[in-house]
Design a protein around this ligand. Structure first.
Ligand SMILES: C[S@@+](CC[C@H](N)C(=O)[O-])C[C@H]1O[C@@H](n2cnc3c(N)ncnc32)[C@H](O)[C@@H]1O
Length: 204
């Protein structure tokens, strides 16, 4: 699959410091998770988690039902190596989120910088069907994308940029927006990238 080869190539060839999206501390995601009522019993899935350190934060907070899904085997391998023995506490899923069949439901879906790569309406619809199906009743979703004034590409691939309102409209009536936040991410080499983070609750 073309996209998998792209991402495996990226993670196979670059260090964290060479990934524009890298964050030492995914603080905004973690704060929004807390706003969603995160506790040690919350089940969380990080969609397109790559080598994100949000999983480290969740384990440190005492969560014991954490899953990370990514298209790239290389990304998940690097994340597992970083975590060492703690990686056994995580469920690692190598899959394309637009084709994945979720075997269960989760309380909290987290996606930072993945949904915005879905430039085709069919892929977006496939993603949203999986989001709807795999969230538990009244579950929460955090979706962070490039903002309207953010870059037009990420990792050389075109993206769709969103405002909190256009993202909410894309998710539709099944989700109620609880909070949103603008964030100016700095790449490891200091370039600014405007993101929007939105927290949604699934309507019963
Ligand atoms: C820009 S990176 C963001 C990584 C991570 N969320 C973070 O904040 O550090 C995008 C990630 O999405 C993954 N990805 C891209 N398309 C995907 C898809 N269709 N299904 C699952 N993962 C995907 C890539 O492999 C990559 O790890």
């Amino acid at each position: 699959m073309e996209s998998r080869a792209h991402w495996d190539g990226v993670y196979g060839a670059r260090t964290e410091a060479e990934l524009s999206w890298h964050q030492d501390d995914p603080a905004i995601s973690f704060a929004l998770m807390n706003k969603a009522g995160l506790n040690s019993a919350t089940s969380v899935i990080d969609i397109g988690g790559g080598t994100s350190r949000i999983v480290d934060r969740l384990l440190a907070a005492g969560l014991c039902d954490v899953s990370v899904l990514d298209l790239s085997e290389n990304a998940l391998l690097a994340a597992r190596q970083r975590l060492g023995p703690d990686s056994d506490k995580v469920t690692w899923i190598t899959a394309d989120v637009t084709r994945w069949r979720a075997p269960r439901t989760y309380d909290l879906w987290h996606d930072r910088a993945v949904f915005h790569f879905l430039t085709g309406s069919e892929d977006r619809a496939a993603y949203l069907r999986r989001l709807e199906k795999s969230l538990s009743p009244a579950g929460h979703a955090i979706i962070a994308t490039f903002a309207l004034d953010g870059p037009e590409k990420c990792s050389g691939l075109p993206v769709v940029r969103y405002s909190p309102d256009t993202l909410a409209a894309t998710l539709g009536e099944g989700f109620e927006r609880v909070a949103h936040q603008h964030h100016e991410h700095r790449t490891p080499w200091g370039s600014p990238q405007a993101f929007q983070y939105s927290l949604f609750r699934k309507r019963p």
